[in-house]
Design a protein around this ligand. Structure first.
Ligand SMILES: [Fe+2]
Length: 296
């Protein structure tokens, strides 16, 4: 029951099989230039790969299947993300660290070349925000590095973002807002996203939205936000091989087509690496209207 509740809350955007198939067809080829950086070496800082703790994999076998898919999709490092708060109040930092350690042992046993870091995604609903300062020590930071915190909000977008940013800063943390494109208010209003960046948030977009799994309208809005230089990093937010797959390669090809190799590199490798290292990420340059028009 808890799993179902979590899944319906975090989906946010409807997905259908037709869109998924169309997305897979849309992204089968990379742009044909000689300077295209190689696919691979991706760092996935948002991926529900641990079994039995949230609405991700239900067994070690499902976790391993997802890890194999990540590797074949070019991922080398993954932050094993686990929901905390909301309906997942029993997930404590040590629980997540232990399960990540167990998965790392399984990866070694099965010779799956994937580096894994325990991590979490905090649901900051009104009740949690009220107690946030008190709760922070019970919440696991991004890749367990005590520098960044992956956060999500109820989809009725809240008004307390500045307060959250200030409270996190008091604890030496910077908020990374998960899947910004799932909030209608941000997807359709770049100005609102700029305010959020001014508040000090780092912005993460999901690979499957970029790949078109949630439909053309969402994909085009994602393209616009990326081309305007409002997104710091891409991550999968994958939950399983079939229900919510990673789709890294598809997203990589689209971002290369929409922007340039430097921007793709920044969103898929450089900025995620910075967050793991505990250093600030950078935004890509904003493309001119003419360049955006040419790359529609
Ligand atoms: Fe997530």
């Amino acid at each position: 029951m808890a799993n179902q509740a979590g899944q319906s809350r975090t989906e946010g955007i409807e997905v259908d099989a037709e869109n998924q198939t169309r997305a897979q067809q849309q992204v089968t080829s990379a742009p044909s230039t000689d300077n295209v950086p190689p696919r691979g070496g991706f760092i996935d800082l948002h991926c529900h790969v641990l079994w039995g703790l949230d609405d991700g994999p239900r067994s070690p076998e499902e976790s391993l299947d997802l890890c194999r898919t990540l590797v074949s999709d070019g991922v080398a490092v993954v932050a094993a993300t686990c929901h905390q708060r909301g309906v997942f109040t029993r997930n404590r930092p040590d629980t997540i660290r232990r399960r990540a350690h167990e998965l790392a042992e399984q990866l070694s046993l099965h010779q799956i070349p994937l580096e894994i870091h325990p991590s979490a995604e905090w649901l900051l609903d009104a009740q949690t925000v009220e107690q946030l300062s008190h709760l922070v020590p019970e919440l696991l930071t991004l890749a367990d590095r005590q520098k960044f915190a992956l956060v999500e909000f109820p989809f009725q977008f809240p008004t307390y973002l500045s307060y959250v940013a200030e409270t996190l800063a008091e604890h030496g943390l910077v908020g990374v807002l998960a899947h910004v494109e799932k909030y209608h208010q941000l997807l359709t209003n770049p100005g609102r996203l700029e305010t959020l960046l001014d508040d000090g948030f780092v912005t993460q977009m999901n690979a499957d939205s970029i790949a078109g799994r949630h439909g053309q309208a969402v994909m085009h809005a994602c393209r616009s936000l990326i081309q305007r230089g409002l997104i710091h990093l891409v991550a999968s937010d994958a939950h399983s091989v079939d229900r919510r797959p990673p789709m890294w390669s598809a997203a990589w090809d689209n971002v290369l087509r929409w922007t340039d190799p430097e921007t793709a590199e920044l969103l898929f490798r450089t900025n995620p690496q910075s967050l793991i290292a505990g250093t600030p990420p950078h935004l890509a340059k904003r493309m001119s209207w003419l360049d955006r028009f040419r790359k529609r």
